[in-house]
Design a protein around this ligand. Sequence first.
Ligand code: DGT
Ligand code: CA
Ligand code: CA
Ligand code: ZN
Length: 587
Amino acid sequence: MARSNDEVAALFAEYADLISITGGDAFKARAYEKAARAIGGHHTDVAGLDVKGLQEIPGVGRSVAEKVVEYVRDGTVSAVEELRARIPAGVRRLTAIPTLGPKKAHVLYEELGIASVEELVDAIHAERLRDLKGFGPRTEEKILHGVALLRSAGDRVLIDVAMDTAETIVGELSAVTGCRRCACAGSLRRVRETIGDIDVLAAAEDSGPLMRAFTALPFVTEVTARGRTKTSVRTAKGLAVDLRVVPPDVWGAALQYFTGSKAHNIRTRELAARQGLKLSEYGLFEAESGERIVSETEEDVYARLGLPWIPPTLREDRGEIEAGLRGELPELVTEDDLRGDLHTHTDLTDGLAPLEEMVAAAAARGYAYYAITDHGPDMAMQRMTDERMLAQRERVRQLDGAYGRHGRRQATGGQGGMRLLHGAELNIGPEGDVDWPAGFLSGFDLCVASVHSHFTQDRDTLTRRIVRACENPHVNVIGHPTTRIIGKRPGIDADLDAVFAACARTGTALEINAHPDRLDLRDEDILRARRHGVRFAVDSDAHAVVHLPNLRYGVGTAQRGWLTADDVINTWPLTRLRRFLRKGRGR
Ligand code: DGT
Ligand code: CA
Ligand code: CA
Ligand code: ZN
């Protein structure tokens, strides 16, 4: 389940918004925002810390610490409850509009009494915002665009949120007596970037105990449907979960059916029909006699249809059936194939953890190599200088090879320890230039370069800008290539095929940023890029130790883009990787 840290972080982020919405102290709001980030990224569970221990977390002062203790003890914080009581929930919903901050939400509520997204849209169309200070036609346009983004995201949640809950449920149900098998199905098993509802499948002779255990889970707040084979609930966070329980001998057919996608199932059913068979969640049947042929495992079902087992991440009817029939399914990259992470931060810039902590945690994950890529000086708020970067490089060289798989410093160093690469995340400026001149850049082992601003340039300018970055002999990876934030910011309007071609031509890899709110490149773009012969880097872009495991979502996304290990540079042995990073410039 989500650790208490995540709950506390969400609570403090809400508190910061509430302070702003109620016109409270801006400094205090910022302090809680900062505390939220620090606690969310902290590696030890705050539930186990006292006020003193909590204050050792950077950005956590006494009153923050006391609120954490109060939350862990009571499940609520009175200061937050007081503010919640003062403003309608609809006003808080306003702050979910990506283009509307809490300050503007405050003005709208105070001046016009607007207390819901619907009222806001009506007010804009009635031109009632025109008289407010700081709200021009341009703001109105931006707000409407934000509302559209919010609505297009619908009630779907990001994959990590759903995964945490789903894994807890599967864990709990697996322990129920009589449960023979239990697993996630649906879009979660296919690792889609957002999840509509969680589908859990279990196998048991008697579904009763499983259904009872399911509805009794502490975070289940509402039972929306109750039956012998299917029960649906809602969790405290508003997530919908379906549990289906089937007899053990139809496990495979049920898992195949409920994994979907719907489009994939339609194709498999057609395939069955053409062979005089009928496929359902209960098995594969002889159409005429109704006799069941197979149902126990997914492999059996696919095999009887003339197909190899198809990995769930491919089941979107994007050619997997045809490729399967021809015996040409790709051997997909897996998390085990990854030897390292090539885009990570430390507290030298906007990361939360010091270098040693990040490196120790990476080593404990069993990586063979790991790159530190803090921001360059062009992101002015990061206050990077040449001296600071070079001092970090010194420390990186000292730690190179010093950490073993146990995540601790080895006495001898070197032998078999994790290798460190010193890099940077460069900023691709409006013209496609980056932070440092070639002379300084040549000192890095690798450079990631990413767009962080000027998202709305015209298509030609954006395209030229990124192509120019690819042509820089020191740029090895284009970070989060489209810059989208799922549900919040659309990707930039560049000619991606031109970018992909430039990457292939120049030996620049495209990142698959594994952060669950980015997943950038996305699956469909990966499929396109792959046809250009581009290489990829699946990276966490970790800003804290707890972000390192996000790599799994990047791997899922890579699989959805049909990538093999050979397509992904951070599965390669270090010598091959280093050759790629030289990009033909003889370093
Ligand atoms: P979601 O929940 O919107 O993220 O997406 P899914 O794919 O999890 O969709 P969901 O929860 O409605 O259904 C789970 C799976 O059950 C779906 O992937 C395939 C199967 N399924 C559901 N309804 C149908 C249907 O009407 N026809 C077929 N062939 N399969 C269905
Ligand atoms: Ca679902
Ligand atoms: Ca469902
Ligand atoms: Zn980054």
